[in-house]
Write a protein that binds this ligand. Structure first.
Ligand code: FE2
Length: 161
């Protein structure tokens, strides 16, 4: 079982490699905001565990095993980030918090979060409840409640007549 930190490194290496085509120690120090000495230490560990191939001056590449782990973590990250953005968490915060949550959740929870995200984004029209949620976040009122109250109001009015 890899540590959270190790998972973050593998995920970062995958992201950097996808963007630049290669990964160097400097890229990881910037991405994870850590010291070069810590990066080298972790890369040596991940090299011995068979997750990366790290050669001084040559940069770092993921082994197939490392790539598999990184892909799972990245998928979890993207899923949680998408979910947080659906519930109106700003992108930068969603990104930061996804990186914390991604290591902890049960696979079943991730699966259901993913189902929800896919359900929402595959809706043919922008889901009405999301509009309502937006209103709820700013006003504290559920538009359906308002609608209901108006209807009840008008139906009692009718009864009086
Ligand atoms: Fe992450």
């Amino acid at each position: 079982m890899l540590s959270r930190k190790a998972e973050d490194y593998l995920e970062a290496i995958l992201n950097i490699t996808e963007k630049k085509g290669y990964t160097r120690v400097k890229d990881i120090t910037q991405a994870l905001d850590v010291k070069p000495s810590s990066v080298v230490e972790m890369l040596k560990r991940l090299n011995s565990s068979g997750h990366v191939i790290y050669k001084k001056y040559d940069g770092v590449t993921l082994t197939p095993v490392g790539k598999d782990v990184a892909a799972v973590v990245k998928d979890r990250h993207d899923t949680i980030k998408a979910f947080l953005m659906i519930i109106k968490v700003p992108g930068a915060i969603a990104d930061k918090d996804a990186c914390i949550i991604e290591h902890e959740l049960d696979a079943k929870t991730i699966e259901q979060v993913k189902n929800l995200v896919n359900f929402v984004i595959s809706a043919p029209d922008y889901p009405q409840w999301l509009d309502h949620f937006d209103t709820f976040c700013t006003t504290g009122k559920h538009p359906c409640e308002e609608e209901k109250r108006k209807k009840i109001g008008s139906s009692t009015e009718t009864k009086h007549f």
